[in-house]
Design a protein around this ligand. Structure first.
Ligand code: FAD
Length: 471
């Protein structure tokens, strides 16, 4: 189906449909809706118009119209994505979800929250605190990211090593599919094996099968205490060995194991106007949680005693201010990296942790041949690393966008097959978006992709939803 451009007459129709104040064509709105959090301007595209529905009924009306009129619709949550998923590559309209922001219900008996898709993750967390509950499937962009965006990307995050990713905590999703039909997959129940699991199909579908308008989320008792340890290692392998041994010997899981290379530690500390708490090739932030301080401290003390026998520098255990400062440094890294250069990619590899170290070593060798620096940080506990291949500072003198793209492509052309050979994948949590579709055959193969296209045809028969993305 060929999609058509929006006309002024269409904008009038949309304004009558959902209200003039819900349809924006001003510079600021169109600019904001042109990109996500990637620094590279190659991943920007202006929509013809931004629509801001305030109910699932309005989303239904909009999609029925767009489906009839063959107009592309790209759904946008907070735009904190890092895969160009919410970029309107096919033009058309961007559907912003921020007005669907109601927390409909929090039920402490069923331990569920019923929310609209535009609820900001951090706002939900604050609302749950008085109930002694929390939603464990959140990414580290929780200050801005929306629940709908988290579900659409099946976001992971800092605490996935213990609690798993977003999808594990979603009991039902309410979607409007590409034909404008309103559907609910799953329900307010923890076990259900009746029929195919279409709820799971929607999770991670990156806005290509339906617009998520609401969800029922499963909640967990909120941990009452946290304890952290910051340790310097020469290699990720050394940290992984400590991590695995500490968990096996204590019979408990870390709630987070985060890593940053020396460059990222320095950058994060500078951003927080402080000095790096320790200097090492790899700094690893171990964290455990529990129902009281003793429980949280137990696994961390085991880890500390293992690390004190090794050569690395170590800070902590700490349950107070230092811990908060380490986390502040870690959390500032992606925001700070974005400011370093626009000649920059964001890679999101995920591998069996046993295979991570040689892949990272090889990655650095390849990057050096293309004169790219590769700041690296991420969720070591899950084997999910974020690498920002980059040309920054003096190295960027005389480099133009074409040269950057040529070097980035050459690097990825060598790096991605190594990840595939090691049993990994090219995106652990950010998604395929518009950034990685060209590399999908390497990961999935042609037959798998044909199956995916068949699935899309069922839910979005005219291909209006996020065309060209994810599959
Ligand atoms: C500082 C920082 C830290 C981050 N940390 C993490 C992390 O720890 N883990 C992680 O997984 N990611 C992380 N991310 C990436 C990103 O924040 C997450 O993917 C987040 O879940 C995206 O949510 P969003 O609302 O911003 O979605 P957007 O960026 O707006 O959209 C992302 C994708 O979801 C689709 N989408 C959005 N809302 C809907 C909806 N209601 N219905 C259907 N489709 C929809 C879009 O079309 C797009 O394809 C981080 C990003 C930043 C900038």
């Amino acid at each position: 189906m060929t999609l058509r451009a929006l006309t002024d007459a269409d904008i009038d129709v949309l304004s009558r449909m959902i209200g003039e104040d819900a349809v924006a064509v001003d510079e600021r709105s169109l600019n904001r809706a042109s990109g996500d959090h990637l620094a590279d301007p190659a991943y920007r595209r202006r929509p013809a118009c931004v629509v801001r529905p305030s109910s699932s009924e309005q989303v239904g009306e909009l999609l029925r119209w767009a489906n009839r009129e063959s107009v592309a619709v790209t759904t946008r949550g907070a735009g904190s994505g890092l895969a160009a998923g919410c970029v309107p590559d096919a033009g058309g309209l961007v559907l912003e979800m921020k007005r669907l922001k109601q927390i409909v219900e929090i039920d402490p008996i069923d331990r569920v929250a019923v929310v609209e898709a535009g609820v900001v993750t951090g706002a939900l967390d604050r609302a749950l605190e008085p109930y002694g509950l929390f939603f464990a499937g959140y990414p580290m962009s929780s200050a801005v990211s929306q629940i709908g965006g988290n579900i659409a990307t099946n976001a992971g995050g800092g605490r996935a090593v213990k609690y798993g990713v977003t999808g594990r905590h979603v009991l039902s999703v309410e979607v409007v599919t590409g034909d404008g039909e309103h559907r609910v997959f799953g329900g307010r129940r923890r076990k259900d094996v009746v029929g195919y699991d279409l709820r799971s199909l929607m999770i991670g579908s990156e806005g290509t099968l339906g617009v998520i308008v609401g969800a029922t989320l499963s909640l967990l008792p909120r941990p009452k205490a946290y304890c952290s340890l910051l340790v310097g290692f020469d290699t990720p392998r050394a940290a992984i060995e400590v991590m695995s041994e500490a968990m096996r010997s204590s019979g408990a899981l870390f709630s987070a194991v985060e890593v940053m290379d020396e460059y990222c530690m320095e950058l994060g500390a500078t951003t927080r106007r402080t000095v790096p708490p320790l200097v090492a090739p790899w700094s690893v932030l171990f964290e455990a949680d529990g129902s009281d301080e003793r429980e949280a401290a137990s696994l961390i003390e085991t880890t500390a005693s293992m690390c004190s026998h090794a050569s690395g520098t170590m800070l902590g255990p700490d349950q107070g201010e230092q811990r908060e400062q380490w986390w502040a440094i870690r959390e500032s890294i992606p925001w700070a990296l974005k400011r370093q250069s626009s000649f920059q990619g964001v890679e999101d590899i995920s591998l069996p942790i046993s295979r991570l170290t040689p892949v990272l070593e090889r990655m650095r060798e390849i990057a050096a041949t293309h004169r790219l620096s590769t700041p690296t940080f991420g969720h070591l506990g899950d084997g999910n690393m974020h690498i920002h291949p980059m040309i920054a500072g003096d190295a960027a003198d005389g480099v133009d966008a074409e040269e950057w793209k040529r070097r980035e492509r050459a690097f990825l052309g060598q790096f991605y097959p190594i990840i595939a050979d090691a049993g990994g994948t090219i995106s652990g949590e950010h998604g395929v978006g518009g950034k990685r579709t060209g590399d999908l055959d390497l990961m999935l193969g042609g037959e798998y992709r044909r199956l995916l296209r068949g699935v899309k045809q069922v839910f979005d028969p005219n291909g209006i939803l996020n065309p060209g993305k994810a599959i």
